[in-house]
Write a protein that binds this ligand. Structure first.
Ligand code: HEC
Ligand code: HEC
Length: 171
């Protein structure tokens, strides 16, 4: 009898503690942002034409395919010298959605069908679901242009920050 009561007390105690932990991480939004990552070559070479896309937004196979076709990259030649290409590819793979230890990357990795290798973040099922409330004509506004222009609406996108509170859609 006393043992049962003790077990109950332990159970209630741990449930309460978990509740506090969840409330705390939610409050700071930490569970939702991507971890800080950095590589000087990546930051320099992959930000001149568009948002610096966080590696945790695509699975390893996608980055590998993108990095092996840079001379024909979405209609542009983004080719690099072999050393820079290798260093950036390794950095992207190491921090890709299937290797990163965070909830958002895990969700992206899980929701991307194993037989598909998306070359665009904006075409992953995860992205489409998260943005289903953005109307078609909104993507085409002059200040946005395309779904690939993350920083148009997410101020901190190039740092992996997509907090809802900081989303601002340009008119
Ligand atoms: C010479 C310009 C240029 C450079 C340099 C460049 N890109 Fe791109 N990239 C583009 C264009 C253009 C698009 C298509 C953008 C659009 O649809 O609005 C694109 C699209 C992408 C997309 C898909 C975005 C989406 O979700 O729709 C990824 C991922 C990407 N680039 C990764 C990279 C990486 C990694 C590097 C560095 C190795 C890089 N890019 C360097 C021009 C460039
Ligand atoms: C037209 C503006 C716009 C553009 C461009 C845009 N987003 Fe979003 N994004 C939104 C809106 C609106 C939401 C929905 C927020 C909500 O659910 O309340 C959202 C949600 C998100 C979320 C989920 C936030 C959360 O807390 O659940 C992520 C992550 C995200 N976007 C990443 C991206 C990435 C990566 C790109 C570029 C490849 C991008 N977005 C481009 C407007 C945009």
């Amino acid at each position: 009898m006393t043992r049962k009561i003790l077990q109950m007390a332990v159970l209630i105690g741990s449930v309460t503690a978990t509740g506090w932990l969840l409330a705390d991480s939610h409050k700071h939004g930490e569970s939702k942002s991507l971890p800080q990552v950095s590589n000087a070559k990546w930051a320099a070479e992959c930000s001149s034409c568009h948002t610096l896309y966080h590696p945790g937004l695509l699975p390893e196979r996608s980055w590998s395919k993108i990095m092996s076709g840079l001379d024909r990259h979405f209609g542009e030649n983004a080719g690099l010298d072999p050393l820079a290409q290798k260093e950036i590819a390794e950095f992207l793979v190491a921090n890709s959605a299937d290797h990163a230890q965070n909830r958002r990357s895990a969700k992206i990795a899980q929701s991307t069908p194993a037989q598909s290798t998306p070359l665009r973040i904006s075409e992953t099922p995860w992205f489409v679901r998260k943005h289903d409330e953005v109307r078609n004509d909104v993507w085409k506004r002059p200040k946005i242009g395309s779904p690939a222009n993350c920083t148009a609406c997410h101020n901190g996108a190039d740092k992996g920050d997509f907090a809802e509170a900081r989303i601002k859609i340009p008119r």
